[in-house]
Ligand binder design. Structure first.
Ligand code: NI
Length: 142
């Protein structure tokens, strides 16, 4: 169990009011938990920037599976980068539209490279990579 430290933070009153409204909408019941999550999010964001940092992530893709050669291209890319692909989930949203979520684990550089190729593939109408670093999120000293 981590040792808790109490700190005082001086904030502009209007900024604090906006922060309180924001965290209330997010469902937080106290400021401390909201501050902790914001700090962790910043630390994780910084940790995944280093090219060799170990990261986990998901790529979400939306595409029309009738787009010529697109399903094959997405499949081939995942085989080419099989060392970082942990799992793939595919949902058929309607007659034409597919949603694919690909779970990735590896170095930041290699995971980002694959994500760029997938999201940038011709015919992908929307795609986004979300990265995390469990080590940075959980570390007491990061
Ligand atoms: Ni589909």
């Amino acid at each position: 169990m981590a040792v808790l430290s109490r700190i005082g933070v001086a904030l502009d009153s209007e900024l604090l009011r906006r922060f309180d409204r924001f965290i209330a909408r997010q469902g937080y019941t106290n400021r401390s938990e909201a501050f902790r999550d914001l700090i962790r999010d910043k630390l994780v964001g910084a940790a995944v920037e280093a090219p060799d940092a170990p990261v986990v992530g998901t790529v979400t893709l939306i595409y029309d599976h009738h787009t010529r050669l697109l399903p094959e291209k997405l499949m081939n890319l995942q085989h080419e980068y099989h060392d970082v692909v942990i799992a793939t989930t595919h949902a058929h949203l309607d007659h034409d539209t597919c949603l694919e979520v690909i779970v990735l684990k590896g170095t930041s550089k290699r995971v980002r490279r694959l994500a760029d190729l997938l999201v940038g593939a011709k015919g992908v109408s929307h795609g986004r990579l979300v990265l995390s670093s469990p080590a940075a999120a959980l570390s007491q000293t990061a």
